[in-house]
Design a protein around this ligand. Structure first.
Ligand SMILES: Cc1ncc(COP(=O)(O)O)c(C=O)c1O
Length: 417
């Protein structure tokens, strides 16, 4: 099985639930750090290499502070994400602002922080210049369209709303150059949850070739390429993680062949940075036997919406029962009034009893972060297993007061109907 085992066993989890009731997300600091170091090691040949953690994947400042201490920057696409980055001491070019359909106030905050601005569209050049002024360093997002096939989650690049077309890129950098921009980067993001290492090597190849052409035609020099995020994780037991060294070595070979010496390679992965190292821990509330067998948990799509939203597979284990025969086929459900609120469908589990703990794996990225409050469901807490074995709460669970915080009930008194 390629899934990262939950670092706590049944007894340890039961003990933890005395202090922190289920459901909760649990992250493993030691595993996150080890993985961050493996990524950096794969690109150690490139002195300017930097991973900008995609904050959207796990927008928790405690996790971000750990990643910052490993040398990671932040990839942001909203003011709250910029503020989170600022809260952990990130600033300037440690932040890249990769947004789309962006309002001026968000560009303003990014520019105030000195973040690298990654433009999504040629029309944003004039928009940024008029609203805020152009910074010295600008990056543009390339959408290669039919030149690069997409994958199931991100779709095909030509149908994706992001980025400049190839002709727009030449025109865009020309405009930026003529408007006095001095420093340049080139970005693309053409994959999501991709497990084939070759995909990332090809992406770098595409950008290396493009940089040569752009530089030759426009007489500008590029400081970095950013190959985006999208490194997948093995959600399914039969899948294997992407070999980071293969990605690093493959890109290095192309880099050297192309004769680059000072170009920095950057990426902005989220999923592979925290995904396998976070688990949603929940408890069985009910069992139901109708046309199918159902196991109902005390969590729901609010805590993890990937299965309901994309039919995504998340591995499910029952702590303490890992070695029992898995011959109980059931749907594992949450409590939303939506039939897609299922963590697993027709999944073979060991015999499950009411009160059992259930662990949903690979929930450390695009997990808690995607939570929503439909049906009045509240987001759970986030816990962190520190390297010394201590478990600390890094976000409390939402309360009904949080849910109602935007409503003025007192106003009902004067509201005549
Ligand atoms: C611009 C951008 N960068 C990075 C990421 C992170 O992707 P992943 O978590 O799959 O690595 C995303 C994901 O949506 C994105 O849109």
């Amino acid at each position: 099985m390629s899934q990262k085992k939950c670092p706590l066993n049944r007894e340890q989890l039961e003990e933890l639930t005395k202090q922190f009731p289920t459901p909760f997300h649990l992250y493993d600091e030691a595993a996150i750090r080890a993985n961050a170091r493996a990524l950096k090691a794969a690109f150690a040949w490139n002195p300017g290499f930097k991973e900008y953690f995609a904050v959207k994947a796990a927008p928790n400042p405690y996790l971000m502070k750990i990643l910052r201490s490993e040398g990671f920057g932040a990839d942001c696409s909203s003011v709250p994400e910029l503020l989170l980055s600022e809260s952990v001491g990130l600033s300037g070019e440690e932040i890249i602002f990769t947004s789309n359909d962006t309002p001026a106030f968000e560009y303003q905050k990014a520019v105030d922080l000195g973040a690298i601005i990654n433009l999504d569209d040629i029309t944003h050049i004039d928009y940024l210049e008029e609203q805020i002024g152009l910074p010295e360093l600008v990056c543009c997002r390339y959408n290669p369209g039919p030149l690069k096939g997409g994958n199931a989650i991100i779709g095909h690049p030509e149908e994706a709303k992001y980025g400049f077309t190839r002709p727009q890129l030449f025109e865009g950098y020309r405009m930026l150059r003529d408007k006095g921009v001095k420093r340049f980067g080139l970005h693309t993001m053409v994959a999501s949850n991709e497990l084939d290492a070759k995909y990332f090597i090809e992406t770098a190849h595409l950008l290396f070739d493009l940089i040569k052409e752009l530089s030759a035609e426009l007489g500008i020099t590029f400081e970095f390429i950013n190959i985006g995020g999208g490194i997948g994780i093995p959600y399914k037991p039969e899948q294997e993680p992407v070999d980071l060294q293969t990605v690093g070595d493959g890109i290095r070979a192309l880099y050297e062949k192309a004769g680059f010496t000072s170009l920095d390679v950057r990426m902005e992965c989220g999923r592979m940075v925290t995904g396998p190292f976070g688990w949603l821990v929940s408890r069985v509330l009910h069992k139901k036997n109708t046309y199918k067998q159902y196991v109902g948990l005390d969590s729901c799509m609010t805590n993890l919406m990937r299965p309901g939203m994309y039919g995504a597979y998340h591995h499910v284990t029952v702590p303490g029962k890992e070695n029992l025969p898995h011959d109980f086929v059931c749907d594992v459900t949450g409590s939303l009034c939506e039939n897609n609120d299922k963590f697993a469908i027709n999944r073979a589990l060991p015999p499950v009893d009411i009160g059992d703990l259930v662990v949903i794996h690979d929930a450390g990225a695009h997990g808690h972060a995607m939570g929503f409050n439909y049906n009045g469901k509240l987001r759970s807490s986030e816990l962190l297993l520190r390297e010394n074995g201590e478990v600390v709460q890094i976000r409390r669970a939402e309360t009904v007061e949080d849910y109602f915080a935007t409503l003025n009930f007192a106003g009902l008194n004067n509201f005549k109907v």
